[in-house]
Design a protein around this ligand. Structure first.
Ligand code: NAG
Ligand code: NAG
Length: 283
């Protein structure tokens, strides 16, 4: 037994560090991840870091399932030449694309999934992105645009989660309600099994983010219908283990990393966030 452990460890080191695949957020692209890529290669020399270059800038508004299709091809080809597995590091909206990839790719070999300030439980807040898209609308009215088949063709609507229109959300969300198993579908069990292939889910976020609303959505918490925060472990999708969160947590597979003083677009270039919340999971 002892010998096996040593052999596996030695083999892993001889092969070097696992490739890190980065998926960007809304309105950005590879350019915004140069600092993070440098942090990684300085900490772990020789690491291959790939920032996927697709759906950049305004193209990041394309429907999320369409983007998942594109990213899926790129990730699959990297994984197939990385038999020791890869790590997936995904920022903001990219964290939702990555989660959908983990649910829908049956043979993926992702070890750590690092979700960097990503609205995993949805978004309900006025942001400059939203005002740019829908200048005439208040957040309480956005559900009228988002919760219909046309609205669902804009990425932001795919994870718009209005706590005051829960039934409309569950019936109309063609993305988040499915990956969070809030609306039942035929593939739920398979998606859960695929997701549980990961070893570690690292959820990073904090109260000074100013974009992800509520910020606890980065830790799978969300508003109830009174806009009080319900934490991840008290959410129905956790308690019912709809997509594997509770099982993963039971294995010690979830790390919550909360940091104050970090604005949304500063997460990926903050060195103390990197050393404390990211680097430990990139081995
Ligand atoms: C996205 O915007 C950046 C400028 O911030 C630009 O350098 C880059 O070429 C753009 N990417 C695409 C694919 O248009
Ligand atoms: C970097 O992160 C630390 C928390 O780890 C925070 O106190 C600090 O304000 C952040 N700096 C910037 C520029 O975001």
């Amino acid at each position: 037994m002892m010998l096996m452990v040593v052999v596996v460890f030695g083999f892993g080191r001889a092969e070097g560090y696992r490739t890190v695949v980065i998926v960007h957020g809304i309105f950005d692209g590879p350019k915004q991840f140069r600092t993070l890529s440098r942090f990684i290669t300085e900490a772990h020399p020789g690491t291959e870091v790939v920032v996927l270059d697709m759906y950049d800038n305004v193209s990041s508004l394309h429907p999320l399932w369409q983007q998942v299709g594109g990213f899926s091809g790129a990730l699959t080809s990297i994984m197939s030449r990385s038999p020791a597995g890869v790590h997936l590091l995904c920022f903001s909206q990219g964290g939702l694309i990555c989660r959908a990839l983990l649910h829908t790719l049956p043979h993926h070999n992702v070890h750590s999934f690092i979700s960097l300030s990503s609205p995993q439980a949805g978004q309900y807040g006025d942001t400059r992105y939203l005002r740019w898209l829908f200048p005439e609308h208040l957040k309480r009215n956005i559900f009228n645009i988002c919760y219909n088949p046309f609205g669902q063709k804009v990425s932001i609507c795919d994870y718009w989660n209005d706590p005051h229109h829960r039934e409309r959300y569950i019936a109309s969300s063609s993305f988040l309600a499915l990956i969070n198993a809030e609306r039942h579908h035929a593939l739920v069990q398979g998606w859960k099994e695929n997701f549980l292939r990961i070893r570690k889910l690292v959820l990073i976020g904090g109260p000074d983010d100013d974009v992800i609303t509520p910020w606890q959505s980065s830790h799978f918490g969300f508003y109830d219908d009174q806009e009080n925060i319900v934490d991840m472990r008290k959410q129905d999708y956790y308690k019912e283990d709809g997509f594997g969160l509770k099982t993963l947590d039971g294995h010690g597979g979830i790390e919550l990393c909360q940091r104050s003083g970090v604005k949304h677009t500063a997460w990926h270039s903050n060195y103390s966030v990197f050393t404390s919340c990211i680097e430990p999971w990139l081995t």
